[in-house]
Structure formats: C-alpha cells, structure tokens
Design a protein around this ligand. Structure first.
Ligand SMILES: [Zn+2]
Length: 227
C-alpha cells in the first residue's frame, strides 16, 4: 500500500526470522512491538551514553532491595550483572533484563520496565514451565499481554516507580499499542489480559494503579472487546 507499509513489511519479514511473530510490526494484536531499531542486527547498537538513552527509569534509579523484595514475593531471584557485562538470558540483548528459570538478570542500567516485564513473563507461567525458561519465556499472545498488564500493576509496588511512570516509559521505549499508548491500552483494550490474570489468581491485591494522574475511566472496570 504505502511506502511505509512496504518498508514495515520488509522489516517484519526480516524480524520474523529473529523475533517471535507477535512482535511483528504489522500484526494487528493489541500490543507489542518492542523497539526493533535498537535491537535489530541490521542497525548498530544504540550507544549507552546518557545523552542517547531513552529517558526511562533504570534499576540504578530505584532501590535494588525493593526490586529484589518484589520479585521475591513471586519466588523469583534478582541477579545483578556487572556494568557492561552481557546479561544472561536477555531476549532483547543490550541492557534488557534476562530470564533463566526463576532467575531474573539485570544490570544497573536495565530499565525498570524491562525488569518488570521479564519478571512478569515468569510470574504468569506455571512452575513447571517457569523452570524450563531460558531467554524466551513464551510464544503466547495472551501471556505477552498478561505480562504487560501485570508489569503495569506491579510498578505500583515499587517505591519511586508507579504505574503511570512505567506506562510512560513503555511508550518511550517503543512498545507500541493499537490505541496509541500503554495507558490507553491498559484502560480500554486489556480486558482479556486482566481476565486471564484474574482466572489464575495473579492480580495483585491493590485496587488503585494510579495516584498521581487519572487513567481516564477506572482501569479496573470491565473493558470493551478489542474489535
Ligand atoms: Zn514480552
């Protein structure tokens, strides 16, 4: 159709060889597109200088003990990786968190949203599947959606983070959502993810995901079908 969509298709076809299909840019799922440009081998890695870094919260900006305690509630172990060292089990490479079994690996420069996202991938899995995870936790769209949803909720349990901030960081990092932002997706298009988590008893107790700014309609209300 347009030049843009041709280019996108080319990128997708290349990406599909390297990434899970649900991360393909043209796939009409509710969420998912991580920042291909920063991870595609066709582009040089983005330098990790402060000026070039997307303005997102990183592990060094919060108390690591808080992150460790949160993961511990789910029987996950946070393993700190030395500055500059490769992160074991990182699907996206570079500074993004990695998962192997019940361990979540992160560096001080790992974005908080990445730590939460990869942790949630493990949290949503039954124990026997969790034990088998190495690097790539799932091919399931609903597990991907559920991980995104849960990471937004769990951000509220990290002092200095919060759901609003993590949703902004997700947008800045390049997650793409059909409704244009993580907040819009969370409020209006994530009913299936919420229901899936509820069925499995994985919704955290807290009722408010957001003290600092309204999310539009109450995020915990039933949402409309996606299509
Ligand atoms: Zn994911």
């Amino acid at each position: 159709m347009s030049e843009a969509s041709d280019a996108q298709r080319m990128l997708c076809s290349l990406a599909s060889k390297l990434f899970r299909p649900l991360e393909c840019a043209t796939r009409p799922v509710s969420i998912i597109e991580r920042p291909l440009a920063s991870h595609m081998p066709i582009a040089p890695p983005i330098p990790s200088t402060p000026d070039d870094e997307p303005q997102v919260l990183r592990l060094r900006d919060i108390r690591i003990a808080d992150a460790r305690a949160l993961l511990g509630k789910y029987k996950l172990e946070l393993v700190e990786v030395e500055d500059g060292a490769p992160i074991p089990g990182s699907f996206w490479g570079d500074d993004e968190a990695g998962v192997i079994g019940s361990r979540v690996y992160a560096r001080r420069d790992t974005p908080v949203h990445s730590l939460l996202h990869e942790s949630c991938h493990l949290i949503v899995l039954p124990a026997e599947r969790r034990a088998a995870v190495h690097t790539d936790a799932t091919d399931s769209v609903i597990e991907e959606d559920a991980s995104c949803y849960l990471q937004i909720l769990l951000a509220d349990q990290l002092p200095g983070v919060g759901s609003q901030r993590v949703m902004r960081d997700m947008d800045r990092w390049g997650y793409t959502f059909r409704l244009g932002s993580a907040a819009a997706w969370f409020a209006q298009d994530a009913g299936d993810a919420r229901a899936w988590l509820a069925e499995r008893g994985l919704l955290p107790e807290l009722q408010s995901v957001d003290q600092e700014a309204p999310l539009g309609e109450a995020p915990l209300a039933p949402v409309q079908p996606a299509d």
